[in-house]
Design a protein around this ligand. Sequence first.
Ligand SMILES: Cc1cc2nc3c(=O)[nH]c(=O)nc-3n(C[C@H](O)[C@H](O)[C@H](O)COP(=O)(O)OP(=O)(O)OC[C@H]3O[C@@H](n4cnc5c(N)ncnc54)[C@H](O)[C@@H]3O)c2cc1C
Length: 404
Amino acid sequence: MTDPRVHDVVIVGAGPAGAAVAARLHQHGVRDVVVLDRYDFPRDKPCGGGLTGHIDEALAAVDLRLTVPSVASPAATVRFGSFERTVTMGRPVRVIRRVEFDASLVEQVRAKGVELRTGVVVDELAVAGDHVALKLGGGGQLAAKIVVGADGAASVVRKHLTGNAKALPHRLFMAELPVAATAAPRDDAMIYDFTAMADGLRGYVWLFPVAGDRVNVGLMHYPSSRRGGPELLALLRKHLAPYGVALPAKGSRGWPVWGYHPSAPVSAPRLVTVGDAAGIDGLTGEGIAVAMEQAQVAGDAIARALTSGDVGFAGYRRALRKAVVGRELALDRHLARLLYQHGPGWQRWLSLVLFDPDVLEMYAARVAGTEVLADQKARLWGALVRHGFAARRRRRELTAAAAR
Ligand SMILES: Cc1cc2nc3c(=O)[nH]c(=O)nc-3n(C[C@H](O)[C@H](O)[C@H](O)COP(=O)(O)OP(=O)(O)OC[C@H]3O[C@@H](n4cnc5c(N)ncnc54)[C@H](O)[C@@H]3O)c2cc1C
């Protein structure tokens, strides 16, 4: 299908990022917007489905709503071997199913009158003078003054910006299982289990409650060391076993994603990326609320560009970085590099997270969206100083906890 018009904006990808940018542009009165997606909706997406506490504000800010079933998880249990601590969150994390959530966002955006074309794949793009030309699968073409890369981890727009830059992606695997088939705890607390770090994982195993007596299980691995898919699945299987969860031989789904880097290219003249195309949270692998918060920055920048005619987006990376979401992502990137580093140094940082009286509470408040962690520098420094005195003892406690 070839469309001869040059649209104001084409958004590639109708996931949370694309839907939220479309909704933000609609708020700005930008009407000549086309959203493309390779799949028809509902479509599934491998995900833990955890909507952090700031999702309500993020949705409301772009005039979208949570309309699908969710489990409100009021607390997070953090584990390492025999050690366990539960923190209550100021606002619960809501666990949804992506197949339902994404379809509901697409429906809401459609209901606003935004044009969605599904089953359309963007193969290539080229910036040509006063527009961007998109080559579509099947031989069609489409053009726009501005193109938004909301096309996820395998983004063609991101590839256009970064060229052949080689970096290792985060790896995430997940499966959704019926609770009846397992002996997993069902108190609606989310479980983050770091025990697999002693086996070389640089990340954590999760168990999240899902509506309809099901549990979402998975693992995130930070790329400080290269681990193959079969190795990561074996770790996931091993570390789910103590919960009585048997991972089926088939049915767990993996996905490589790129961590957010404050200096990575996220825009170019006529091009903007958002959501996974711009990078996920390196510490937790969170990206849904992140995508929606970034979408506000992107939508505002695009609306300004259409009005002013300056489509260079020279200030976009800085605007993303300076927004609360960018500051939290940048801090989490630092924390991830410490906690998930290759070699034995992770023990020092994991013992800080687990055994300091304040650190988990601070992070729980950040997840709930009741505090901005990047603004808590004095408290973070306080925890570091305490750790300087307690590090040896805490390291011994960690070693003892590992022998579960
Ligand atoms: C296993 C796993 C667990 C996770 N758990 C959580 C969690 O619990 N909480 C959380 O907040 N985040 C989680 N994340 C991250 C979260 O899934 C992503 O951050 C989120 O989906 C980002 O949304 P997005 O719109 O940027 O990308 P996506 O949701 O990937 O949407 C991109 C869309 O673009 C379309 N597309 C891609 N390429 C093209 C193309 N060339 N042409 C046309 N269309 C295209 C795709 O079909 C897709 O619909 C997890 C990720 C994984 C892999």
